[in-house]
Design a protein around this ligand. Structure first.
Ligand SMILES: C[S@@+](CC[C@H](N)C(=O)[O-])C[C@H]1O[C@@H](n2cnc3c(N)ncnc32)[C@H](O)[C@@H]1O
Ligand SMILES: [Zn+2]
Length: 361
């Protein structure tokens, strides 16, 4: 099958190709454009080679690109596609962990089938300046497949109404702990959850002090399933209360997970600018989603407006009315990219519930 994305045309042959990931690849190209310090890039799991070929052809400066896949026929397809597009890149035929134990790159990108967990250590070891990680095992990460989540990420995810953010933060927490052991810290540049996958773009900084500071952003979320109150406990040796301070019901604890920022606002703004100026098939959708990412509050959870209304037997208003009301009361409030009917706020749960009830008339 012949496909055209961005400024390249690819013959997929028998290699894996997922058209639903085109926006993901558009954003990857835009992120690389927005990271001038990156001069070499590896797509560790390349399949047809489309991601690396696009980075080579579409980023305005010359980046050294390596496209790797452990499947030999896929490597032949990558070579043909690179040649057909006039993209001069290195094709490598190696297992991901073997390759990453021997070589390092400014930007390491992994896009596995399912979980990235078996490769996170290698990606942390081999990424000099930044990394991109895709995960499609959202059920274990979000708490829907609890035992699998615990096994894979050495963390306890809770299935809450903010499950997409729970998954992203469990994954980020795992990457941060792997990174810290190399006396390095990660700095989230842009992270999003879209459809069936989570995608992280993370900067890397080196030094014990940086790693120590980063570890302060690891911790736990205490959640009350009765009233939807939730709060953070930072650190790894924490003491959680057993009951909810708002309603007295027993609480549950999720983590360890990432409690810090999940974006660098200026970077997201820059990526949006690249998408606006460039030739990307999915640019409108990408810009819409990234504008929400840019503008959302940096709280570690969000609320599902409809779930709160169900609890209260209230009629939902539109989200802008709710956000405007919370802001007039002096609280911060925003939409969130995780869910159309979701919102973020620093208002306590009783204020949120009172506001939703009052607006419901
Ligand atoms: C989801 S596809 C990659 C899609 C590609 N990045 C894209 O954007 O179209 C996963 C690819 O990883 C390769 N793969 C899986 N495990 C691997 C490993 N341990 N080392 C190297 N390649 C691997 C598979 O052969 C497959 O081609
Ligand atoms: Zn409660």
């Amino acid at each position: 099958m012949m496909v055209k994305e961005g400024r390249v045309s690819i013959e997929t042959g028998n290699a894996f190709y997922n058209p639903r990931m085109e926006m993901n690849r558009d954003i990857t190209v835009a992120c690389l454009e927005a990271l001038p310090e990156i001069s070499d890039y590896i797509d560790v799991m390349s399949a047809s080679g489309i991601r690396g070929i696009r980075v080579k052809k579409e980023v305005s400066r010359d980046i050294r690109v390596t496209s790797n896949d452990w499947d030999e026929p896929a490597c032949e397809i990558i070579k043909n596609n690179a040649e057909a597009n006039g993209a001069c890149l290195e094709v490598s035929n190696c297992g991901a962990n073997t390759l990453l134990s021997q070589r390092s790159f400014d930007f390491v990108d992994i896009d596995p089938f399912g979980t990235p967990a078996p490769y996170i250590n290698s990606v942390c070891w081999a990424s000099k300046r930044a990394m991109g990680i895709t995960a499609t095992d959202t059920a274990p990460l979000c708490g829907a497949h609890l035992k699998s989540g615990i096994r894979t990420y050495a963390a306890y995810p809770l299935k809450t109404e903010y499950y997409p953010e729970m998954g992203l933060r469990i994954l980020l927490g795992k990457v941060a702990r792997e990174e810290a052991k190399y006396d390095r810290a990660l700095k989230p540049l842009l992270c999003h959850t879209t459809e069936h996958y989570i995608r992280l773009y993370l900067g890397v900084s080196h030094g014990r002090a940086e790693a120590d500071a980063m570890m302060k952003d690891i911790g736990f979320i205490v959640h009350c399933f009765k009233c939807k109150n939730r709060f953070e406990l930072k650190g790894l040796a924490v003491q959680a209360t057993e009951t909810c301070p708002v309603c007295g019901a027993p609480v549950r604890v999720a983590g360890p997970l990432w409690l810090g920022m999940t974006k660098d606002r200026a970077f997201v703004e820059k990526v949006i600018g690249v998408l606006e100026a460039g030739q990307f098939n999915k640019k409108e959708r990408a810009i819409r989603m990234l504008s929400l990412v840019r503008d959302e509050l940096d709280t570690s959870t969000f609320y599902d407006h409809h779930a709160i209304c169900r609890d209260l037997k209230a009629t939902p208003t539109d989200i802008p009315t709710l956000l405007g009301d919370l802001k007039r009361q002096g609280y911060a409030a925003s939409r969130t990219h995780y869910m159309g009917v979701g919102f973020k706020t620093d208002a306590p749960i009783n204020v949120i519930r009172g506001t939703v009830l009052r607006l419901s008339g």
